[in-house]
Structures are given as structure tokens and as C-alpha cells.
Design a protein around this ligand. Structure first.
Ligand code: ATP
Length: 265
């Protein structure tokens, strides 16, 4: 399924909010990203999939202006990364690293601090509500469970009311309820007009959420399409699952027994 010469930079995709062309990232002699090109359409949920070490986070962080690229071109909402990275920062939502969560501040205070820095008037409690953390408003980040930390980090991407949100493995470590609830949150963000770019190792998540996905392997894009088209293409080669699929799986059993609501406040 190697797609080596697809030219996706043409004017057909005029509604693209992100354009990446021939992006290369070298760490010393090692080429982690090998000249990839893709576009993300305004308002879509776009997934970057690929094995560990494929170059997903590197690609994401270059677009987010957090890592320097070696060569290539990145245009975000018409802004050239080389010319005005600050203007890109202003319109994107990025999950803050844990180091950004000042240990002496509680969750509400962290949101208020960043709202001030972004010069936005954000209702911190309403934002905490969206990720079901109202009850933890007075807790510090370090005292949260893994899933709560993950949810808070997603809430922080929304503080500056971004046009585009980047989520790197947003549901890793979450229980099935929290995962599904975050899927709903991500869909709501798209309904509000946000473009979402995410990485995930969960193919069910990509299938559920993403309009289109790029599969990256060893720094190259080897497929880029809708999940449905990719599945149909595989089936057309005569592929058959070795194991019959039952009407339900273990996750269905788990959710059926434990419910779908958030399990930790
Ligand atoms: P994962 O699914 O494991 O998160 P990934 O697809 O996000 O992987 P990257 O984190 O982008 O992969 O890493 C791509 C490659 O670049 C890996 O081989 C990694 O070891 C290497 N790499 C990443 N950051 C650095 C760095 N700062 N210095 C040197 N090599 C790096």
C-alpha cells in the first residue's frame, strides 16, 4: 500500500487549514521524518497513525512550532511556519507538558493563569466541567489520577479558543468509559468548528473519530485516506480476518457491566 508519488498539494484542497510539504526532520544523522507531505482540511478530525518511533510526535511538534524542522514547508491557516511561528501559536491548542502545571497552583488557578497569558476571559469551572473535573478544581495536578491528568491536559488545549487542536495520544491510559467520553468531547469540538489533529495507537479510536488518517512508517507516509476507504481497499485484496468476529467484544461486556458514565470525578 505504498503511496510514493501522491501529489496532494494541488489547488483541489483549497479548504486545507494545514499544509505540510516535503517535511524532513533529522536528529544528527538519523532521519526521523523523511520528506512527508499531507494536508488537513478545515473542520476535520485527522489522525496520524503509525508504530512506535514512526515520527508522529516529531511531525506534530514541528507543526505546533515546538520543534525545529530540518527542511520542508509548513503552512497553518495561511501562516508560514518559517515567517511567523507566534501567529501559529495564537490559533492552535496544544497539550501543555506536565512541567507547565505549576505545582503550587490548583487546576482552576492554572486555567486562570493561562487564560490571563492568552488574554482570554475563560470560565475555568465551565472548562473543568467539560472534562468532568469540577470536583478537582482545588486539587493540584500532581494529585490527579492518570486519566484525570490526561483530561486536564485536554482542557488546557481549549483555553485560547483555538482553531486547531493537537492531541498526542489523548486517550492513552484511560478506562473505557473515560475514553468514550473523551471521544464525545472531541466530536463536540469538531462540531464547534475546531479542526483536530490527533495521534493514536488505538485503531478503533481512529475509526470512530477520524475523517481521514495518514499512516506513517519509518518517517514516511504509506497511506492517506478515510478509514473506510483503507478498509475497503484491504478487503478488495481478498483479505479475510482469521477469527470470526462476535456480536460483542470484551469491551462491550465491561461497559455493559460498569456503565458508560465517568467513573472518577
Ligand atoms: P511513539 O508512537 O512511540 O510515540 P512516534 O511516532 O511519535 O512514536 P517520534 O517520537 O516522533 O515517534 O520519534 C521518531 C524517531 O525519532 C524515533 O526513532 C525517536 O527515537 C527519534 N527521536 C525523537 N526525538 C528525538 C530526539 N530529541 N533526539 C534524537 N532522536 C529522537
Amino acid at each position: 500500500m505504498l503511496r510514493t508519488n501522491f501529489c496532494i498539494f494541488d489547488s483541489i484542497m483549497s479548504n486545507s487549514i494545514i499544509k505540510v510539504r516535503n517535511l524532513v526532520k533529522k536528529y544528527g544523522d538519523f532521519e526521523a521524518v523523511k520528506g512527508i507531505s499531507f494536508e488537513v482540511k478545515e473542520g476535520e478530525i485527522f489522525g496520524l497513525l503509525g508504530p512506535n518511533g514512526a515520527g508522529k510526535t516529531t511531525t506534530l511538534e514541528i507543526i505546533e512550532t515546538l520543534r525545529p524542522k530540518t527542511s520542508g514547508e509548513v503552512i497553518v491557516d495561511g501562516i508560514d511556519l518559517d515567517k511567523d511561528p507566534q501567529a501559529i501559536k495564537n490559533i492552535i491548542g496544544v497539550q501543555l507538558q506536565a512541567a507547565g502545571y505549576y505545582p503550587n497552583l490548583n487546576l482552576k488557578q492554572i486555567i486562570e493563569l493561562f487564560s490571563g497569558l492568552y488574554n482570554k476571559d475563560v470560565d475555568a469551572m465551565a472548562l473543568l466541567d467539560t472534562v468532568n473535573l469540577r470536583e478537582k478544581a482545588k486539587s493540584s495536578f500532581k494529585d490527579l489520577s492518570g486519566g484525570q491528568k490526561q483530561r486536564f491536559s485536554i482542557a488546557t488545549t481549549l483555553i485560547n479558543e483555538p482553531k486547531i487542536i493537537f492531541l498526542d495520544e489523548p486517550t492513552t491510559g484511560l478506562d473505557p468509559q473515560a475514553r468514550r467520553n473523551l471521544w464525545e468531547l472531541i466530536k463536540q469540538l469538531r462540531e464547534r468548528g475546531c479542526t483536530v489533529v490527533l495521534t493514536t495507537h488505538y485503531m478503533d479510536e481512529a475509526e470512530e473519530l477520524c475523517e481521514r488518517v495518514a499512516i506513517i512508517d519509518s518517517g514516511q507516509i504509506i497511506a492517506l485516506s478515510t478509514p473506510n476507504e483503507l478498509i475497503d481497499k484491504l478487503i478488495s485484496t481478498g483479505f479475510k480476518r482469521t477469527k470470526a468476529v462476535k456480536e460483542a467484544n470484551l469491551e462491550d461486556v465491561f461497559l455493559n457491566m460498569t456503565g458508560k458514565e465517568w467513573r472518577e470525578g
